[in-house]
Design a protein around this ligand. Sequence first.
Ligand SMILES: [Zn+2]
Length: 81
Amino acid sequence: MPCCPECGAEIDHISLAENIRMYWNLLPNGEWDQIDDSNTYPADDPDSSYECPECCAHLFDTQEEALDFLNNKGVTPCQPE
Ligand SMILES: [Zn+2]
């Protein structure tokens, strides 16, 4: 498995953090009603960030880079201590 270049942890997946815009309705009684998630941004939001699941460091900007990393393409695998 590849290693996170930031924290050194062995990771078998990458976390995708997306900027999601949530919509809420303000009701006359002062309560909030959440609109369903049909208005969230798609996964190809340019601000999406592929991050280490251990330390949340930003590692990649694209799915291709993240997949190459997870499949050890051009990456030195973790060496056991
Ligand atoms: Zn990390």
